[in-house]
Write a protein that binds this ligand. Structure first.
Ligand SMILES: Nc1nc2c(c(=O)[nH]1)N[C@H]1C(S)=C(S)[C@@H](COP(=O)(O)OP(=O)(O)OC[C@H]3O[C@@H](n4cnc5c(=O)[nH]c(N)nc54)[C@H](O)[C@@H]3O)O[C@H]1N2
Ligand SMILES: Nc1nc2c(c(=O)[nH]1)N[C@H]1C(S)=C(S)[C@@H](COP(=O)(O)OP(=O)(O)OC[C@H]3O[C@@H](n4cnc5c(=O)[nH]c(N)nc54)[C@H](O)[C@@H]3O)O[C@H]1N2
Ligand SMILES: [Mo]
Length: 766
């Protein structure tokens, strides 16, 4: 049964199977086949000539930043191409030759469009002109840009107070667009700036800010190359950050060791081939992980504690394992941590993490004599109820080893969206930073609000209550990315206005406020020309380096606008000239925006010039080993309880993960070939014993359901596939499974939805 909403819109599209083919999980990642596969897709979507021109400019000095992930670019990028298979796919996806225009929207009503799956919606192509969905209407109609801005301004003026407006940001925007957007929200009078970080690395930000005084990682790419040990916890780089494999290969060549901590033995951490080296294209590739610890979902605190406990036992006067000098000088909480470790016995920790003791002993032996340790992580750690505590426990390992603030050591939260870190740096945040507010007042000439605003969960709840009525989105696909799809759909439908600044069609364009505006914008690879000048933008990578990005392709249509210009025009229409900020001028000339960023955001200065070439690092106290701004002037060890999720009979702990053929909610294709899944997304990975216990066989069809607070939420029709996953655990792809996560189930401290530990049950579908 498909649920439908206002205008009879389906939240899933037709639930049809596409024809699952099963293969074996692959041993090697990113080999010849990877590149070939990507190019096939790219050539088909973009044409050979355009593809070739654009591919060679990805991440080059004078080119554009890859629109896929935020992995940093080395100082000397490969001239053959500094991109991976998924970067090529991301490029093909935005630079496709397919177009949708007013005729398209006249042909299909929103109800008809909603019958398509997310994969099919995205495949329609680029949006080419501004469109409006008027109250009571079921078709989008064309609208001029100026009428669109006036409509929006009128709706915003009708709000009872500015906190009825919500400004969401996805992480693909530039620093310039994000800064302007944040300023518009504040000038309007609200800090309601939820962003995709809230669903992503917010837990990392909270944990790192608390322990090390900065919510970002402390490691550079060069640090990784020279590390003695790299731990990769809860991250699947073969699929989501493929260029990271090259860095790990370099680290291994320098004698470094890699430990993977993951319920799944993800391809790429096992073996991979480097597509940039002809010699590597033959043969078996390189094994990346020296040790793989198949932790149970959410078993990381127990595992990290056990590692700490075993290290503490080895740490004697003769053979120190911990860096006591560093701890004395820079760290607080050591005695409390040791006391806490004493409270646990090894066998219960072992039981809770589910890893064989021999593997943990091997890990401890490896770590004991090393101090150049980097810990990398992503969503496998951030999306649990105790995510903040989990990350803090890993930080404990680094701190006792003195592995923060020295070369080749540190924290490395591997960021997702290509500029998600930059967006936050330049002011996309729902909380108040007083220093920033003061500088805004001084340099922008208006007083920003001092009340905190809504994050993602808060915004959805406010819209649901009717307390927020205008919902504006700078990119993304909020409806499908957020948890509790039906609740979120109801929340958005209650708004009077929704606005989407987008490149491609997605379901967030179909579940809307009473009036909906669809404002098409440039992709990263496109030329952004104004008055004969090819304008550039800036972005920040996972390692905190700010760099320029300049597109080269002809824009998808002559009728689309750049993100900064759209935002500037919105603000201009709203204030109609009556505001200290000259919005129009900022939208025209990005150097002016950069000048404002340089004055108001700490660490940015002369960005226009310094972001040239390979760019510059923003200041980072943890990298510099300076913890003086923290209470007590020292970095903090923390005591984090082991809270095992006890499953009731019949329950499984479900993690919702990415397939190889998707970028978040954008589905490029239907294969997840590293895991041996072809032509199907509606699959449920299960352990053999859990299948046997339920009398299930490969290819049986089940409904998944969760029951929190007595409410049953169902994700229908998934094909069971046997997989090497710890018993009691299961995995399926998001966004199809977001319907299972209640809006109020999120991480303590960061409010990130529990996308990686959902308690579910199965019903076999006859
Ligand atoms: N091609 C591609 N690239 C992307 C994206 C994409 O969708 N496609 N998305 C981008 C974005 S926004 C982000 S945030 C990143 C996401 O990058 P990842 O975090 O790598 O993405 P996920 O697929 O969510 O993978 C989570 C990993 O954590 C493991 N895991 C799950 N639960 C646990 C646990 O409890 N403990 C441990 N130790 N491991 C666990 C899973 O098995 C899986 O390997 O990638 C970015 N890059
Ligand atoms: N269950 C579950 N849910 C999750 C996650 C999970 O692991 N499990 N991961 C979470 C994470 S880590 C994240 S980051 C969020 C992602 O949440 P979002 O960032 O909101 O989602 P995306 O799928 O990345 O957004 C895709 C849309 O962005 C638009 N777009 C693409 N490029 C551009 C551009 O250059 N400019 C503009 N203006 N628009 C553009 C296109 O219209 C496209 O349809 O999802 C979260 N949701
Ligand atoms: Mo993300």
């Amino acid at each position: 049964m498909e649920k439908s909403f206002k205008r009879n819109v389906s939240l899933t599209g037709r639930l049809k199977f596409t024809g699952l083919r099963l293969g074996n999980p692959m041993e090697t990642a990113a080999g010849v086949w990877g590149v070939k596969e990507a190019l096939k897709h790219t050539f088909r979507e973009m044409g050979v000539v355009r593809s070739s021109r654009a591919l060679f400019r990805i991440n080059q000095e004078d080119g554009f930043r890859c629109p896929s992930c935020a992995w940093p670019v080395p100082e000397n990028p490969s001239k053959i191409g500094e991109y991976c298979e998924n970067g090529a796919k991301a490029l093909a996806d935005e630079a496709t030759r397919k177009r949708i225009d007013a005729d398209f929207f006249q042909q299909y009503s929103v109800e008809e469009l909603s019958q398509y799956t997310d994969y099919e919606l995205n495949a329609f192509g680029r949006i080419t002109e501004p469109m409006i969905l008027r109250p009571g209407k079921v078709h989008y109609e064309p609208i001029s840009w100026s009428d669109a801005f006036d409509t929006m301004a009128r709706e915003l003026h009708q709000l009872d107070n500015p906190d009825e407006a919500v400004f969401y940001t996805s992480g693909r925007s530039s620093n310039e667009a994000a800064f302007l957007y944040g300023m518009f929200a504040r000038a309007l009078g609200t800090n309601n700036m939820p962003d995709c970080s809230n669903m992503c690395h917010e837990s990392s930000g909270v944990a790192l800010q608390h322990t090390l005084g900065i919510g970002k990682g402390s490691t550079t790419l060069e640090d990784l190359h020279g590390a003695e040990v790299v731990i990769i916890a809860g991250q699947n780089p073969g699929t989501n950050h493929p260029r990271m494999l090259s860095a790990l290969e370099k680290c291994k060549r320098n004698g470094g060791k890699v430990i993977s901590i993951n319920p799944l033995a993800e391809t790429g951490l096992v073996r991979f081939k480097n597509p940039q080296k002809v010699g590597d294209m033959i043969g078996k590739g390189h094994a990346i992980a020296d040790i793989h610890l198949p932790v149970r979902i959410n078993g990381d605190i127990a595992l990290a504690k056990l590692i700490l406990k075993k290290m503490a036992a080895l740490d004697t006067g003769d053979t120190p394992v911990f860096d006591h000098e560093f701890i004395r000088q820079k760290v607080q909480g050591f005695a409390a941590l040791m006391e806490d470790l004493d409270r646990y016995d090894e066998s219960s920790l072992l039981e809770a993490c589910g890893v064989r003791e021999a593997l943990i002993d091997e890990t401890v032996a490896l770590l004991a004599g090393k101090d150049k340790i980097v810990i990398c992580w992503a969503m496998g750690l951030t999306q649990h109820r105790n995510a903040v505590a989990t990350i803090q426990e890993y930080v404990n390992i680094l701190l006792v080893k003195g592995a923060v603030g020295r070369p080749h050591a540190g924290t490395f939260p591997v960021r997702g969206h290509s500029n998600v870190q930059g967006d936050r740096s330049v002011g996309i945040m729902h909380f108040v930073n007083e220093g920033f507010n003061r500088r805004i007042e001084e340099h922008m000439g208006f007083r920003p609000p001092s009340r905190p605003g809504f994050d993602v969960v808060g915004a959805i709840q406010a819209m649901h209550r009717g307390d927020a009525k205008a919902f504006i989105c700078l990119g993304g696909n909020f409806l499908m990315a957020a948890s509790d799809t039906e609740y979120t759909a109801r929340a958005i439908s209650r708004c009077s206005l929704s606005v989407q600044i987008s490149t491609k069609l997605n379901r967030s364009h179909l579940v809307t406020g009473q009036t909906a505006l669809l404002l098409p914008t440039y992709g990263r690879s496109e030329k952004d020309e104004k008055n004969g000048k090819n304008r550039f933008l800036t972005m920040e990578s996972s390692t905190g380096k700010v760099r320029q990005s300049r597109g080269l392709l002809k824009p998808a249509s002559g009728a689309i606008m750049s993100e900064p210009e759209i935002i500037a025009s919105m603000a201009d229409a709203y204030f109609s000239g009556d505001h200290p900020v000259n919005w129009k001028a900022l939208g025209q000339d990005y150097d002016r925006i950069r000048a404002c960023i340089d004055k108001t955001v700490k660490g940015f200065e002369n960005t226009g010039v310094r972001s040239k070439g390979f760019g510059y690092y923003l200041p980072n106290n943890a990298r510099a080993g300076d913890f003086s701004m923290l209470p007590g002037g020292k970095a903090s060890l923390t005591v984090n309880p082991v809270e095992t999720i006890s499953l009731e009979k019949g329950e499984l702990l479900l993690m919702t993960i990415r397939s190889h053929d998707q970028f978040n909610t954008t589905i490029y294709g239907l294969d997840d070939r590293y895991r041996g899944i072809y032509n199907e997304r509606r699959v449920l990975f299960m352990n053999r014993a859990d299948m046997a216990e339920r009398g299930l066989r490969n290819r049986d069809v089940v409904n998944l359901y969760s029951q929190y607070g007595g409410v049953k939420r169902t994700a229908e029709r998934f094909i069971v596939v046997e997989y090497a996953i710890p018993s009691g655990n299961a995995a399926a792809y998001f966004p199809e499974t977001n319907v299972l996560i209640p809006i109020d189930q999120f991480a303590d401290g960061s409010r990130t939805p529990i996308s990686k530990s959902i308690r579910v049950r199965l019903e076999k579908v006859e």
